[in-house]
Design a protein around this ligand. Structure first.
Ligand code: FES
Length: 152
């Protein structure tokens, strides 16, 4: 058994393999691996005695779950209205160039994932970029490069 599945078993066992805890189990697995692979979903369905389509329904309903690999560092650029009028498009271009990623992509080395979001609730700072929960107001290309280099 791979390390991944051994860890998945550990999480499932922590909930007594209770199918009622499906969402929490999936959240914990997602937290551990940053995404839910088909192999892991199949194993989890098998362990809980649930049909695979029930896991797909849950994982596609909640936006928190990802069925594709996610980077170690989450980068978001706000493209909400307030940020848009303040230059979100240009910021998104700088971030895409700096990280060599398009929105909704994860780098091949799984270092970064880039997403766009619609409003982060801090419009006065716009345009806003968030890296691992740290908010930045309109970073320059150089600042984006520095951030990319600082991240492991
Ligand atoms: S529109 Fe970007 S933070 Fe509100």
């Amino acid at each position: 058994m791979s390390y991944s599945l051994a860890k998945v078993d550990q999480i499932i066992d922590g909930y007594g393999a209770d199918k009622e805890a499906l969402v929490q189990i999936l959240l914990d697995i997602q937290h551990e691996f940053r995404w839910l692979s088909r192999e892991i979903l199949l194993h989890t369905a098998d362990r809980l005695g649930l049909p695979m389509n029930q896991l797909y329904n849950v994982t596609t309903f909640y936006k928190h779950f990802s069925l594709v690999p996610q980077g170690r560092h989450a980068v978001s650029v706000c493209v909400g209205t307030a940020c848009h009028v303040r230059g979100a498009t240009q910021l998104l271009n700088r971030v895409s160039q700096g990280l060599k990623l398009s929105p909704d992509e994860t780098s091949a080395d799984e270092k970064f994932s880039l997403k766009t979001v619609s409003c982060l609730g801090c419009c006065a700072l716009g345009p806003v970029m968030v890296v691992d929960g740290k908010y930045m107001s309109n970073p320059t290309a150089n600042e984006i490069t520095e951030i990319a280099e600082e991240c492991e």
